[in-house]
Design a protein around this ligand. Sequence first.
Ligand code: HAM
Length: 437
Amino acid sequence: MNNLLLYWGGYCMPTSLQPVRGMRDLIGEEAQIFTTILGKARQTAECYGFCEVVVPHVESFELLSAKSGEEIRQRMFIFKDLGERQVALRPEFTASIARLVTTVLRNEPKPLRLFSSGTVYRYDEPQKGRYREFWQSNFELMGSSRPEADAEIVLLTNALMASLGLEGYVFKIGHIGVIRGILGQDGVDEKTQNAVLQKMDKKDYDAALELVDSEKSRSMLEGLITLKGNNWREIVNQMQIYVANYPIAKLAVENLGDILGLIAESGDLRVEVEPAFARGLEYYTGMIFEIYVPQLDIALGGGGRYDRLIEVFGGDATPAVGCAHGIDRVAIALQTQKAIGGKKVTKKVAVIPITEALKPQALRIAQQLRLAGVAVEFEVMGRKMVKALEYADKRKSDYAVIVGERELKDGTVMLKDLSSRQQNIIAIEKLAETITG
Ligand code: HAM
């Protein structure tokens, strides 16, 4: 019934005016927090030499599902367009950026540093911090297989979180090459490896182990599951001992050690190394990470190395590493920590002319204040002062500027502080200075 349309006078009226399940409207302060986070992400991109690219919301399903993994594949918004092409709403940016690097950017000098932001879509079960339409800021560094590229991606994420004033966040770090190296050497085929990693991502270790026929691999994984901690050197040393007879996994542990060493020496990060950590996306080949704050048990962002995706798309071998930050979740974390939630950037003022005739002068005063960086809501409803002040209170304005004839003759106005309720006569030329204080 909810989705039925009423036909009235030839027009179609929707009977449900709710947003589609899992999608949200962002209003006022909430929208402002998103703008602030996206602004900081863009600043971070600039500081780290990333070039912004804007890619379509809709791509071919085939492109989006190549190497994304079963979980993302099952949760895409897929549809046929009017030309019978099977397309989908993007569930992430990485596939679109890889498409660009395989085609129009193919001959650009490497490395390529590409930044994007916007909404992405996944048919997840809606709950706090989990939506079907959500925002990401996304960074991809293409063309380098060296550990400093991995370190840059982690460090820029740290810079973004720090610039927002987020506190107590921890980087969880692992390496997919260690797990794949072990399973591959023991003859576990790639399809089974993918299924094992999906289970490990969900921390369903029993189900993951059940999928592995090789007893050697099972006991190796059991060992890795017991290891984790914030002393990265110690964990890496223990991993080295575990994988001593697995040459490919051994190289992966060395690579993880190199990356962690660079991160530890160049930044002040809290790191938790978790060798049995896996992520839902299938394209990862190396270091993987996620960021958490103590107040939420969902990741604020994540990423990792994926060295073969461009080849899967038919491009030249291009090692790559990247990450995406969940803006909706970062906003929740900031609000929970009250980091930017209630902080106003500019003072807000209501300008109220007492009579109709004073409108031009009041508008001029409003303009002067705006030029001085004050946010002004001019009284456009022709209301009497009491009603206009009631509205200013509801709008949480800091001050009301009341423009009256008598004061104006002396080059002054009445400035009312809406929190203390005190009012003073102020010279118009001193008004902006008094408000911004
Ligand atoms: P991802 O871990 O799937 O990685 O998503 C990145 C972030 O998006 C998550 O850490 C989370 O903050 C946010 N997120 C994911 N699902 C939801 C949801 N349903 N509602 C709200 N927020 C959500 C990627 O997307 C990779 N493309 C990252 C990457 C780039 N790896 C390499 N390059």
